[in-house]
Design a protein around this ligand. Sequence first.
Ligand code: DOR
Length: 428
Amino acid sequence: MGLLLKNGRLLNLETGELEAREILIEGDHIAEIAELVEESGHEVHDLNGGVILPGYIDMHVHLRQPGFEAKETIETGTKAAARGGYTTVACMPNTRPVIDTPERIRYVYDVTEKEGSCTVLPYGAITVGELGEELTDIIALREAGAVGITDDGVGVQSSAMMRRAMEVAACQDIPVVIHSEDEDLAKDGCMNEGVVSKRLGLPGIPGLAESVMIARDIMLAEETGAHLHVCHISDAGSVELVRWAKQRGLKVTTEVTPHHLLLTESIIDETDGGDANMKVNPPLRTEADRQACLQGLLDGTIDMIATDHAPHTEEEKKRSFATAPFGFTGIEFAFPLLYTELVEKGTIGLAELVKKFATNPAQVFRLPGGKVEQGGIADLTVVDLETEQAIDPNAFFSKGKNTPFVGKRVKGWSTLTINRGRVTYKTE
Ligand code: DOR
């Protein structure tokens, strides 16, 4: 018996057209896509005219397990992901202990097998404990199934260490995923360095703290031949550097978060630095930086959207702006938010946005999915483009409620998500 999806409209990613199609799923694959599929014996789901999209792939989330289960677990984080339309997430290793051994990579796979609601691909750390002092066993991490190596949460400060990591990664054909942050420049900053930080008397993190590290790592990637993936790009100079690297033909890719596309430091100004739910790293920057990110997304410099879903407890986020931890949750509403803000307002087409959410991450990281096609993996989500609903932290499956988008009314919510042929989310 298969799963039969009826009364849906499949987005054609080439033409942008919505086409009436029925989809039959057998096991973990799409068995048939046709105008009409023989109904007998299948479990039928009526999609009520919903739009069928490939399941989204988020290459940057923090699931917090092991060690920070008060913030999130693999169970709650992946349930949130499924609600958000995601079928694959890649999780960051800044847990406690840090995911820096093959056993810990396997631990993530094992817990996901038992408790997960989507495919989870763990990253392994570049340095032991993310301390920047000793290289991990990158070969063993890759063999255990690490999707890439990264010290996300902190930047690798030593150029020699990064060079060695890239040399091994290039031989092993595993992406090096960088949290670009020069600690000397960032110091103890808690927001973007500029007029607003000066007015509020808060220590700032300059855009240069990001871009100088990207410049360094592009040069190292050119020398070593490693695939360099730049996390959460946020600064205009950084976008320019990645554009240059791509023009040079280097294997350099990047992602941007919904918040860096939509918000600036002015929201911190409006609340006089009184709300740490607006604190994130890299920080929200200027309008010029935001425009550069948007332009980079549109011209292909920026390959994909990643949420940097970073849940924290309410108690932690109630602390002062200077002392609260950095991070926003976002996986549960990223697509509706950008559909409403960018597609409905005419900045980007629906098919282009879907490529940034699914097709491109699959292509860049060579993963299954990213397309809805006969014979392909049955990873998909169905969205309702008409019904508007507020972003309501009380309704989140995620334990993290820390988002600056509370109360925003958006369209494009998922009504059904299927991961490898299994229904992982369905609205009532
Ligand atoms: O805002 C952030 N939160 N940025 C990071 O780089 C780390 C993350 C976290 O782990 O909370």
